[in-house]
Design a protein around this ligand. Structure first.
Ligand SMILES: [Mn+2]
Length: 358
């Protein structure tokens, strides 16, 4: 597909697309997280209300911890149950680049029209229609606005999808994207019947024992580089377990660590690398050099090759970034943000449902 203009479509155009003729498939990225699954389910609930037929799918397993969410069973796993035909309309949620949807790309034909709804900083306007808002804390936040614009009542299944998207993408309101607006929306969703304790119980206090065992193994490998500015964690192929990306948080939570990586060997010589930044360095730039992407402070990529080769290349990139930014061990990189630097505008609260930036 040819790249489109860097412009968002208005809500009427999005509405016309969603309610217009043609078979519609809704997908998100592989390794789906709470925002991917939550957004797919929320949009599914919105379309149910509009009586629009659709199929929900992801080219991967949706982790079982999300199975408490209404509609979870409707998400088709394209890896197990591929969809060989082309569709007329494809909605892509929370995927910063087209390859992130994996085999769902096979459903795109010459006639397929693509709607891209996303909030990634690296977000490309790859759709025929686009709704890309980097200021949104989660794709779920963009869908919340769409509900208001389209007069869709947020029922309990939509509410759970949106809430899970926001709570997981903000790291339970600990990351820099934990905006006043994100919290306001979540409070509204609790008002619609979402039980926050039930969400936490399912997503965060429901881990398999083997996952914590794998964490213990990964923690054994922890090491510091460049005077403590970089911290690495590894998990070898023999101990690979799904849903372990969050291990990187242990590396990045260490005093003085500016950049961290969790290097997870999924298969022999196939690695998934999760990167985190607590300094002005954009790890999305580093991930992009390896063919990946993500957010400024949280990004990732996959690598095929030997572990030594990966370590050498990755440490080389990290060192270069440190030198370019003149980071020194012992520096404290995070400044407190003010309402102004966070870009908070009070107008969305005054007019109720409008979006925060436009
Ligand atoms: Mn997201």
């Amino acid at each position: 597909m040819k790249p489109r203009a860097q412009m968002n479509n208005n809500h009427q155009e999005i509405f016309d697309f969603l309610t217009g003729e043609g078979e519609m498939l809704i997908v998100s990225h592989f390794f789906p997280d709470g925002d991917a699954i939550g957004s797919v389910l929320a949009l599914g609930g919105m379309l149910d209300q509009l009586n629009v037929k659709h199929t929900l799918a992801i080219d991967d397993i949706c982790p079982e911890k999300y199975s408490f969410m209404p509609g979870y069973e409707k998400i088709r796993n394209l890896r197990k149950d591929p969809m060989a035909r082309k569709v007329e309309k494809l909605v892509i949620l929370d995927a910063g680049a087209l390859p992130r949807i994996g085999s769902a790309q096979q459903c795109i034909g010459d006639e397929t029209r693509v709607l891209n709804i996303d909030h990634h900083f690296t977000g490309e306007y790859y759709g025929h229609l686009n709704l890309v808002k980097v200021e949104a804390a989660a794709t779920a936040e963009i869908l919340y606005d769409l509900c208001a614009e389209m007069d869709i009542e947020i029922n309990i299944s939509i509410a759970y999808g949106l809430y899970v998207g926001l709570i997981t993408d903000t790291g339970r309101f600990r990351f820099a994207n934990s905006s006043q607006r994100a919290m306001y929306i979540c409070s509204e969703l609790i008002g619609k019947g979402v039980d926050p304790g039930w969400v936490t119980e399912n997503i965060y206090f429901n881990l398999p024992f083997e996952l914590i065992q794998a964490l213990a193994r990964a923690l054994f490998t922890i090491d510091l580089h460049f005077g403590g500015l970089v911290c690495l964690l590894r998990l070898d192929h023999g101990h690979y377990i799904e849903d372990s990306e969050w291990f990187v948080g242990y590396a990045s939570s260490i005093k003085g660590v500016a950049l961290s990586a969790f290097i997870c060997e999924m298969e022999n010589n196939v690695f998934k690398v999760s990167l985190r930044s607590r300094c002005p360095i954009a790890v999305s730039d580093i991930a992009r050099k390896f063919g990946g992407g993500g957010h400024l402070k949280a990004a990732g990529f996959r690598f095929r090759g030997s572990r030594d080769d990966l370590l050498k290349k990755l440490l080389g990139e990290l060192e270069q970034a440190i030198q370019t930014h003149e980071l020194r061990p012992g520096d404290f990189f995070v400044e407190p943000s003010t309402a102004e630097t966070l870009g908070i505008h009070a107008d969305w609260m005054l007019n109720g449902t409008g979006s925060s930036k436009d």
